[in-house]
Design a protein around this ligand. Structure first.
Ligand code: SF4
Length: 114
């Protein structure tokens, strides 16, 4: 069961993907493609090693996305980010606050062995 932070991030990513799908300049994929991308992002969030303490994905030292998916999400977020403030101001402000959280230390089992 996801906590508030993870749920909020899923919601924000969903809104960004929807915005991109409707009017993104290079949104040429099928609806199924974007559904699958959302499902992929949700799964990454559910398995995030930091849980509710997660940093912004762009600052994450683990980065758990496949490279192609990471690039696609970066493109979507770069385009949709500034447009979110007008459409979803509260969610956007919460997201900006979440983005400023410091990167926590990795949980012990994920730290490299010396
Ligand atoms: S990129 Fe990092 S912060 Fe984002 S979901 Fe993956 S492990 Fe968590």
């Amino acid at each position: 069961m996801s906590g508030k932070r993870i749920l909020r991030e899923k919601l924000t990513i969903g809104k960004m993907i929807a915005l991109w799908q409707c009017s993104g300049p290079q949104a040429s994929e099928s609806a199924e493609h974007y559904q699958a991308l959302q499902a992929y992002a949700n799964k990454r969030l559910d398995k995030c090693v930091f849980g509710e303490e997660k940093p912004a994905c762009k600052q994450c030292p683990v980065h758990c996305y496949q490279p192609a998916k990471r690039e696609e999400m970066k493109q979507i977020m770069r385009w949709a980010g500034p447009r979110m403030l007008l459409r979803h101001p509260i969610l956007t402000i919460r997201h900006l606050i979440d983005d400023r959280r410091p990167v926590p230390e990795l949980p012990e089992k994920y730290r490299p062995r010396k």
